[in-house]
Write a protein that binds this ligand. Structure first.
Ligand code: ZN
Length: 217
């Protein structure tokens, strides 16, 4: 796979102004200290369930796909967040023992599916599984992320489908990603219900002041 295919020609359009949902709870990864974040990651129940069911579809080989959603900014706080609402399972992938490979066909197919089914959404990142491995980004994962998901607001999610663990990776302000330091996320609650069962995550008791749009309701 050469450098000729870029997944998304995102041009000048910035984040949409929209407050983060009020009903969200913060899941915290081990060793993570909740603090105000440059970019908060919000995940809907629908996206969570679609990720998990695709992750469970092959417990031997790595599978993955695109994370579909919106890049948003809270107009009152100026804080950015991404809202992950759906996933696109990757097709035309190849995999060896250690890693999944997105081919050019994978990327073209993902873009077509985005245009067809989610015309007003973006690929806000990608996910893949690490069956019987830990949560990290390999050298190849980092290469793929930097080449095909180069925007500041694009994230990577790694899921371990046997132990039901997961973690998000995102760029720091200087653009660097620590491949061993993953983060939690905000679960958007529907009717107050939680659907998350990733057991390496714990619920934050105090909500960090990241998602606090719409406080004047
Ligand atoms: Zn990987």
């Amino acid at each position: 796979m050469g450098d000729s295919v870029r997944l998304m020609p995102y041009k000048d359009n910035g984040p949409l102004p929209m407050p983060a949902p009020d009903a969200a709870q913060r899941w915290v990864a081990p060793f993570e200290v909740p603090a105000p974040e440059r970019l908060a990651i919000l995940l809907t129940a629908n996206a969570y369930q679609d990720c998990c069911s695709h992750a469970a579809s092959d417990l031997e080989n790595e599978v993955g796909g695109g994370l579909v959603g919106q890049w948003l900014v809270d107009p009152t706080t100026g804080r950015e967040h991404i809202l992950i609402e759906a996933v696109i399972p990757a097709r035309f992938t190849t995999f060896g023992r250690a890693h999944l490979t997105f081919t050019q066909d994978t990327l073209v197919d993902m873009q077509d599916e985005l245009d067809r089914s989610f015309p007003d959404r973006r690929l806000v990142g990608w996910f893949h599984t690490h069956p019987k491995m830990s949560i990290f980004l390999s050298g190849y994962d980092l290469w793929l992320h930097h080449h095909f998901f180069p925007e500041t607001w694009q994230v990577a999610l790694v899921i371990e489908p046997h132990t039901h663990a997961a973690g998000f990776f995102k760029r720091q302000e200087d653009g660097v990603i620590d491949p061993h330091r993953y983060e939690g996320f905000y679960e958007v609650l529907e009717d107050g219900h939680s659907v998350v069962t990733w057991n390496n995550m714990t619920l934050s008791k105090e909500m960090p002041d990241v998602v606090e749009g719409g406080q004047d309701e």
